[in-house]
Design a binder for this molecule. Structure first.
Ligand code: SF4
Length: 738
């Protein structure tokens, strides 16, 4: 099967490039209705046999937007957004349009593969794969115990299957990519208010984004809500070293020195407290530790902060006062990956300060502030008589959630960059990797490859031959998301609970299986078959049982609202005190600082070397890190708009003799690579910025192979002492003309 270039390429480029790519926030342009559809663009007419099926997009993993996929003459044709879905409200981003055509990408894995002695792969049957893998795994467990096994997975709706499988084996080592993405943020909000809130952007009157860029790290609902809020007069402040796609529409772009957002935020707290601008009643009734906070921030006035973060003190005073003046209809976005998700040594404290600044103006559970999303509780398999495996009462090998190691780390996310060391030291002997590519997305590929190659058994379950798959003993092809039924889940829940489901759109094209069938097949030879004695339909029926919603209805609608709508008004937090904790007794009990305070970044550019920069990075609207680099339509956009470039401050670049478009050599203490530069006034002079989706080195991914470089090639392996996150912007490079 080859790509239908005539039908899809032209229309796709027009929709995508004219939308999020060109303007960053042109919501109308990325909305997918008949006007933008391939049908309109190409003048074709739907035939009578066109089917429209509701499902979830998986073009970026995190959002899983509600979509309708059209099938014409048996072929997947086009996609539209489901207007009922909270996450995307009827819109589809460029990646979503392109990703459906990955069904037909010739690079797909078409049958189970086994690595041969010469490093090549031979096709084998599913029966042989299940038998050989379970035999090897049984021996490894016999010799080393179940705790020597891990499962790493990008957290999709079917993640509970991975937990079930690992718990049935007796291993606690289920791990996501979280430590490379968001765990510092989550840990800080958990410590402060007990859970991760959502942002009521639409109703807010003053919005601050700290390194968050929803126009490129695409969140379609958020883009729409920010645009709506601005239409109604809201002010938007973007604190970001780079003039990001979202900064394009900001009232204030504040080019903060990278790694110093914390100084700006501490100074905001200082102003709001010293000038008495906070919500006195909320602070008194709903928070603990205000006196400690007042003492802790006294040394961080704007006069101090401006020397650290390069934002003038007058601006800090103004933003702090404006922010407080709109209370409670003002918010600092809870953040995601950029800014402080897992970026710096001080990311955890930065996220704590963001959480506290929101609370001090009383915006928790307030219109235009932060609110806790209403996630429905799904029904459980046990209700249908299916036994649940015991949760192993042993510590995770990576130390996540273990006192004395990484106490604030998320037990369920784990610390993914620890796997190579654990493999080299012999603590981990076998692993499964599903829908994830740690060899490309973790720091220092040489070290990651050495670690994963040390495993006695590595099995990758994926649709494409990623770098990790290409280092595996066995590769098991998962059916593409359009080819399979998957879990009912609640990912779209926000101000109302929403149920949604991945529904099969077309039959599998190759000898592939959905994850449940793969795990069920493995479980028989492992002696844990009793825990996988159900079908996906049976599992989903049980998940839906509490709601009186049938699977047929959910598949027909794609999304169903359940439960009450969110209403304003403070609800008890899941913290030890039930209140917002400025002073965190939990952090104190772990030996961590219970109050926020300034922390220097781990590394800094050499001030006496004019070629020395901090390397920071982020998404482009058309790519999801390395996950979409091999999508031909998206890589065509990268090429057409010359997007594989390193951004560098114009004055700094000219001082070292660089012109726009020059090729430079980028070097850190662990890596070296070549890339073209883009000279810009839109970047703090201390930094260079690299788009995150390139540098694929798996030769099996023919579109992406060899294009661009990746920040992980330059990043040392770090573990934040509290959370264990990867500190992915703590990179110093030298940049010089090649
Ligand atoms: S943001 Fe885009 S790629 Fe991600 S799920 Fe939504 S439509 Fe798909």
């Amino acid at each position: 099967m080859s790509f239908d270039k005539k039908i899809t390429r032209r229309a796709f480029i027009r929709a995508a490039a004219g939308g999020a790519l060109a303007s960053g926030l042109a919501v109308g342009a990325v909305s997918c209705g008949p006007k933008n559809s391939q049908e309109a663009a190409d003048g074709t007419k739907a035939a009578a046999d066109v089917k429209k099926i509701a499902t979830q997009c998986q073009g970026c993993g995190a959002n899983r937007c509600g979509i309708y996929v059209y099938v014409k003459n048996g072929l997947v044709w086009k996609v539209e957004g489901n207007p009922r879905t909270y996450n995307n409200a009827g819109t589809v981003c460029p990646r979503g349009h392109a990703y459906i055509k990955e069904l037909y990408n010739p690079d797909r894995i078409k049958q189970p593969l086994k690595r041969t002695a010469d490093g090549k792969y031979e096709p084998i049957s599913w029966e042989q794969a299940f038998e050989e893998i379970s035999t090897k795994l049984n021996l490894i467990i016999m010799d080393n115990g179940p705790q020597s096994v891990f499962w790493a997975q990008y957290p999709m709706a079917n993640m509970p299957l991975a937990f079930r499988f690992m718990h049935a084996l007796g291993s606690p080592n289920t791990i996501t990519h979280g430590a490379t993405c968001f765990t510092a943020r989550n840990a800080a909000f958990n410590a402060t208010c007990g859970a991760l809130p959502d942002n009521d952007l639409k109703n807010s009157r003053y919005i601050i984004l700290v390194g968050r860029n929803p126009a490129a790290g695409v969140k379609l609902q958020q883009i729409k809500d920010i645009a709506d809020a601005k239409r109604h007069g809201a002010r938007l402040v973007v604190l970001d070293p780079r003039h990001s796609e979202t900064a394009v529409i900001a009232d204030d772009w504040l080019a903060v020195k990278p790694a110093t957002d914390l100084a700006f935020l501490l100074a905001m707290l200082n102003v709001i407290i010293e000038e008495g601008l906070y919500d006195h009643r909320f602070v008194e009734e709903r928070t603990v530790g205000f006196d400690n906070l007042r003492d802790a921030i006294v040394t961080y006035p704007p006069e101090w902060a401006e020397k650290v973060c390069d934002i003038p003190k007058e601006t800090i005073y103004r933003v702090a006062r404006e922010f407080a003046s709109y209370k409670p209809r003002a918010l600092i976005h809870r953040g995601y990956h950029g800014g402080y998700g897992a970026s710096y040594f001080n990311s955890f404290q930065t996220a704590r300060t963001v959480a506290i600044l929101n609370a001090i103006i009383g915006n928790y559970e307030a219109v235009g502030g932060l609110f806790m999303p209403l996630k429905p509780t799904l029904g459980e398999l046990e209700k249908g008589g299916h036994p649940a495996p015991h949760i192993p009462e042993i510590e995770k090998a990576d130390g996540a959630g273990v006192p004395g190691r990484y106490p604030a780390a998320s037990y369920s996310d784990g610390i993914v960059q620890a796997i190579p060391e654990l493999a080299i030291s012999g603590k981990l002997k076998a692993g499964f990797v599903n829908h994830m590519n740690p060899i490309r997305t973790n720091p220092n590929p040489e070290r990651v490859i050495a670690g994963y190659k040390k495993l006695e058994l590595l099995v990758t379950i994926d649709c494409f031959m990623s770098e990790t798959a290409a280092a595996s003993h066995y590769v098991l092809p998962e059916s593409f998301f359009l080819e399979r039924d998957d879990h009912v889940d609640t990912v779209h829940s926000g101000p109302v609970g929403q149920l949604t489901v991945v529904a099969q759109v077309v039959k599998p094209m190759y000898d592939t299986k959905p994850l449940l069938d793969i795990i069920t097949g493995l479980s028989k030879g492992l002696g844990i078959g009793k825990y996988f004695n159900f079908t996906m339909d049976e599992l989903n029926a049980l998940r839906l049982q509490p709601f009186g919603v049938s699977l047929e209805e959910l598949k027909r609608e794609g999304v169903v609202d359940v439960g009450p709508r969110w209403v304003e008004g403070f609800k008890p937090c899941k913290t030890p005190s039930g209140k917002i904790e400025f002073y965190s007794s939990q952090l104190a009990s772990w030996g961590l600082d219970p109050m926020p305070g300034w922390q220097e970044p781990l590394v800094s550019p050499n001030p006496s070397d004019k070629n020395s920069f901090r390397l920071i990075h982020g998404k482009q609207a058309i790519h999801t890190h390395s996950m979409t680099a091999n999508v031909p339509y998206l890589m065509q956009l990268s090429d057409r708009y010359d997007m594989i470039r390193l951004w560098i401050n114009r004055q700094r670049a000219e001082a070292i003799g660089l012109k726009d478009g020059d090729t430079v050599v980028v070097e850190s203490d662990i890596g070296k690579g070549y890339v073209k530069v883009r000279l810009t006034g839109g970047l703090h002079p201390s930094a260079v910025w690299m788009p995150s989706g390139y540098g694929i080195f798996s030769k099996y991914l023919k579109t992406a192979y060899g294009k661009g470089i990746n920040y992980n090639d330059f990043l040392n392996t770090y573990f934040d002492p509290a959370v264990g996150h990867v500190m992915s912007n703590e990179i110093i490079v030298r940049v010089s003309k090649a």
